[in-house]
Design a protein around this ligand. Structure first.
Ligand code: SAH
Ligand code: SF4
Ligand code: F3S
Length: 453
């Protein structure tokens, strides 16, 4: 078998990062090695995101650039296959096939285990020049893709992602995820523990459990009859994965918060006191229109319960501004709500119409200017809360997991329990260590400190 080079570009959320890592380790077994330069590759995979219009536009402009590389390489008689994976492939496979006929392979997120077989099919088609059509796979297969992808991958670095749940049954009216990732599916506790052990044996100190709706997790476990919650899973991982030093999970839906999840934050030392709990809007009227199925009050009660169980806990959220029909009053309610909660950090987006979602059909769409103005106001408030949160950590000591080198020699960057980047100077190599750091300075986006001996 000839040796081939693979370049993967990943867009979107952490689940795509996880999937890209799994696809590359699977292709290693099929004689591929990684390259950082698309020009050197025999196969390029774009692992795409479809969440907002901008994300999808990025895919098409990247394809345009790859097309030019492909033409040059083909002129030289070299192979250059372009594969589009991820959520845009799933949602707009036929659009991609039409708009970018030079794409060789289109593969949805539920079909990654079929990649080697699809590449073989592509090779046969290319050898038989009469038949040069694309190879497309966007079915929602029932095979457990995770077991099939469970190649002996080589994880690098002290932090790792582990997808435990995929898909979503919530159908918020603005969101494409239920269409791109399919129905909710939970992996078994046994397979998650096995994978976590493997990651730790390959150097991971911290694992972040992933799912589009991770606290809807309801996997089976050979030790129990009946299903296991996310909270329970955290207890099991803390108990059965020796040397795991830090545990996180992402991203939650307020409707699926459960008692065991809250108790897990009280009881499990390695579970980090930071929770991403998106609310999207602070107006009940808009939450209803969005089909979120919870109120502002429900959300506030949940926050109180977490704070009682774990006083160190801090929160982040996602917000959408300018949802169809959002009045000034609704927006002001969102600002007021943010003031009441006090977030450590948050993401905010202008509402973006997505094909196939029901909010796209609503009248009362806001103009880009209106959305832009509101986004700026909300961002300003969220930024000021973030700065306040960062400043409150000044002169305290926090554990920091060092996972990157700084720009200058002898500098290192790690992350705090609240995911703030923390910069320190050290004469010793501290990569891959968790050390107590005394915070001496805090800015809007990062902290500085000194290692405590
Ligand atoms: N499952 C998560 C969110 C996944 S998508 C949850 O339920 O919260 C990540 C974020 O993208 C969402 O929280 C939302 O804020 C944003 N988003 C999703 N669809 C969007 C759209 N059409 N326009 C703007 N932002 C959107
Ligand atoms: Fe999208 Fe809503 Fe599902 Fe989150 S819960 S992935 S926002 S449909
Ligand atoms: Fe994007 Fe798909 Fe993740 S749409 S945010 S890559 S689930």
């Amino acid at each position: 078998m000839t040796h081939k080079k693979l370049f993967i570009k990943t867009y979107g959320c952490q689940m795509n990062i996880y999937d890209s890592e799994r696809m590359s380790s699977m292709l290693m077994l099929h004689n591929y090695s990684m390259t950082q330069e698309p020009e050197d590759a025999d196969l390029v995979i774009l692992n795409t995101c479809h969440i907002r219009e901008k994300a999808t536009e990025k895919v098409f402009s990247a394809l345009g650039r790859l097309h030019l590389i492909k033409e040059k390489k083909i002129k030289k008689g070299l192979t250059f296959n372009i594969a589009v994976a991820g959520c845009t492939a799933q949602a707009e496979g036929s659009e991609i096939a039409k708009r970018a006929p030079y794409v060789d392979l289109i593969i949805g997120p539920q079909s990654y285990h079929e990649l080697p077989e699809m590449l073989e099919r592509l090779k046969r088609k290319q050898e038989n020049k009469k038949d040069s059509k694309q190879v497309v796979e966007t079915n929602f297969t029932t095979v457990d893709k995770f077991d099939a992808l469970n190649a002996p991958y080589n994880h690098k670095g002290p932090t790792a992602f582990l997808t435990i749940q995929e898909g979503c049954d919530k159908f918020c009216h603005f969101c494409v995820v239920p269409y791109t990732r399919g129905a909710e599916f939970s992996r078994s506790v046994d397979s998650i523990i096995e994978e976590a052990k493997k990651l730790v044996s390959q150097g991971a100190l911290e694992i972040t459990l992933l799912g589009q709706n991770v606290n809807a997790y309801h996997g089976n476990y050979s030790k129990y009859s009946g299903e296991v919650t996310l909270g329970r899973l955290c207890y099991e991982l803390a108990e059965h994965v020796p040397n795991l030093k830090s545990l996180r999970y992402l991203t939650c839906h307020p409707r699926d918060v459960h008692l065991e999840q809250i108790e897990a934050h009280r009881d499990i030392e390695i579970l980090q006191p930071f929770l991403h709990l998106p609310i999207q809007s602070g107006s009940d009227r808009i939450l209803k229109k969005m089909n979120r199925k919870h109120t502002v009050d429900d959300y506030k009660k949940i926050i109180d319960q977490f704070r009682q169980a774990q006083p160190k806990i801090a929160f982040s959220s996602d917000f959408i501004v300018g949802y169809p029909g959002e009045k000034k009053q609704d927006f002001l309610e969102t600002l007021k709500f943010v003031q009441d909660i006090d977030y450590a950090q948050s993401f905010s987006f202008k509402y973006s119409i997505r094909p196939g979602t029901s909010a796209g059909f609503l009248e009362e769409q806001l103009t880009e200017e209106e959305k832009g103005e509101r986004l700026q106001m909300l961002k300003q408030l969220l930024d000021s809360q973030q700065l306040k949160f960062n400043e409150a950590l000044c002169h305290t000591t926090v554990p920091v997991l060092f996972d990157r080198l700084g720009k200058e020699k002898g500098t290192y960057i790690g992350k705090s329990p609240y995911l703030q980047p923390v910069h320190v100077v050290s004469s010793e190599d501290i990569l891959g260590k968790i050390l107590p750091v005394h915070i001496t300075h805090s800015g809007p986006n990062s902290l500085n400190g000194t290692i405590k001996n």
